[in-house]
Design a binder for this molecule. Structure first.
Ligand code: AMP
Length: 209
């Protein structure tokens, strides 16, 4: 199964991707997670990407293709994959289509998680990430700023600050949202209502796959 997850920041792509990849036993590749990990480790790659990620801008396509090309050629990708956060603009999608054609494979479906902007802003303001294990969670008064997974400290992702969120939503509307039509024309899109509980959304995805 080869899947791509589309949706605005905060639509729940990462949480759903983790569940779906587990159910189908396929690797979940999040370009955002890879970039954050490289930034944390201060690798050369992370140093190049940092300013873009922290300001909610897309990193240059060349940097992203360094990750994706290696992955597609790897043995791990042979049993399928779920991409979360890639492609992010039409240029990436076109190059990716060519890459898949050369490899003699095709995407099965592109899951488009739909959530309104008001709800997105509300969700992102409550989103926290663990400084230590990078687990993402939703702020809960009782839990405070302690990570439920490893006991580390929960922080607000720098790019989840309100001004950066607004910029990321603009970037999504201008650059990423056109991919919905790109993939709809190829007959790949499944539109999923992203409101409700995590489990409800997972069930909708599973039913339509
Ligand atoms: P995400 O976790 O998917 O919201 O990604 C966080 C940030 O990583 C984005 O705001 C971009 O700065 C960067 N990023 C992730 N994936 C891509 C991509 N495919 N192309 C360009 N930038 C990306």
């Amino acid at each position: 199964m080869r899947l791509v997850m589309l949706g605005a920041p905060g639509a729940g792509k990462g949480s759903q991707a983790a569940k779906i990849s587990k159910k189908f036993d396929i690797p979940h590749v999040s370009t955002g997670d890879i970039l954050r990990s490289e930034i944390k480790k201060k690798t050369e790659y992370g140093i190049k990407a940092r300013e873009y990620v922290e300001n909610g801008k897309l990193v240059p396509d060349e940097l992203i293709f360094d990750i994706i090309e290696d992955f597609i050629k790897s043995d791990t990708a042979k049993k399928g994959f779920l991409l979360d956060g890639f492609p992010r603009n039409i240029a990436q999608a076109e190059r990716f289509t060519g890459m898949l054609e050369r490899a003699g494979v095709d995407l099965d479906k592109v899951i488009n998680i739909v959530v309104g902007n008001e709800e997105i802003i509300r969700r992102l303001a409550l989103r926290r990430i663990c400084k230590d294990c990078q687990q993402v969670s939703i702020f809960d008064e009782a839990q405070g700023d302690i990570c439920g997974k490893c006991g580390g400290t929960l922080i607000i992702r720098r790019d989840d600050q309100e001004d950066v969120i607004r910029h990321r939503l603009e970037v999504y509307d201008k650059q990423t949202h056109p991919l919905v039509e790109y993939y709809r024309e190829k007959g790949k899109i499944i539109d999923i209502d992203g409101t409700g509980t995590l489990e409800e959304v997972t069930e909708r995805i599973m039913e339509s796959l």
